[in-house]
Design a protein around this ligand. Structure first.
Ligand SMILES: O=C(O)CCC(=O)C(=O)O
Length: 269
């Protein structure tokens, strides 16, 4: 591994995240944005806001993003050579869309609360609280298709919070939480004064450990904030039966390397 990759790895292990990292060239970014615009035209913004889930199975350009060599180089430096793509989702905060429009029936068939005037946001949470995975870490990528700044609701993280283990989550009380099961860590358990924004230029990514506490505020600007969230695990990780984390993994693919474990059903490359 090169010195710069070793440094990235050390920083990731200490802080629980890395940001910003450049991924897409100008041409790749333009092509991805054009392809995303076609999905907006086809499905409408209410849908593309949060419901383009695991569409790497349908669109080769999306699969291409999950296997981008510059992205995978960093992921392999952190997770090792053999990596599974677990799940993907576009998460798009449009200027001033109301939370009634982000309703999604979750995997437990619960509909999140609606009828409010607060804007879509993402409550403080840890991804691992939602992913029933053991045997290895989960790493989340947030790849920006638009510039993502404080004003349009960039990701915020609590550096080092991945070292505190899993924190208690509950159902969010504030309306507008975009997360599928409306989870949140009670704010009194979050060291909010240590929060750091992860601003990104379109084409850059941040990556974070599955235990890192993170959130994002509403988009109060007139600029769209579209990101592509991709989750990866090393091939040694495996799904567990946890009624508290009833997540199914039906869209997994081998992202790179070799799968000697076959812990996931669908990991052909
Ligand atoms: O896009 C965001 O603002 C947050 C996304 C996120 O936290 C997640 O997908 O786990």
């Amino acid at each position: 591994m090169t010195t710069s990759m070793t440094k990235l790895q050390e920083s990731y292990n200490q802080q629980g995240f890395l940001s910003p990292l450049s991924v897409l060239s100008d041409t790749e970014l333009r092509e991805a944005r054009e392809a995303f615009s076609k999905l907006e035209d086809e499905f409408g913004k209410e849908y593309t806001q949060y419901s383009l889930h695991n569409v790497h199975l349908q669109y080769s350009w999306v699969m291409g993003l999950t296997k981008h060599p510059r992205l995978l180089q960093v992921i392999q430096a952190i997770l090792g050579p053999d990596v599974i793509l677990l799940d993907s989702r576009f998460i798009c905060k449009y200027p001033a869309l109301k939370p009634a429009n982000v309703q999604e029936v979750n995997e437990e068939n619960q509909v999140k609360p609606e009828g409010t005037d607060s804007l879509p946001y993402v409550a403080w949470h840890q991804d691992m609280r939602y992913w029933g995975i053991a045997g290895g870490p989960v790493l989340s990528v947030w790849l920006a298709l638009d510039d993502s700044q404080k004003e349009n609701g960039a990701l915020q993280v609590i550096p080092g919070s991945h070292c505190s283990g899993m924190l208690p989550h509950r159902q969010a009380t504030r309306l507008g939480n975009m997360l599928s099961v409306n989870q949140e860590i009670p704010e009194e358990l979050v060291q909010v004064d240590e929060a750091m924004f992860c601003p990104l230029k379109a084409g850059q990514m941040s990556i974070q450990d599955g235990l890192l506490v993170h959130a994002s505020d509403p988009n109060t600007s007139q600029k769209r904030r579209c990101g592509f969230v991709i989750r990866y695990v090393p091939t040694c990780a495996y799904p567990i039966q946890d009624p508290d984390r009833p997540r199914k993994f039906h869209a997994t693919r081998l992202a790179c390397g070799e799968d000697k474990f076959n812990h996931f059903s669908n990991t052909k490359a």
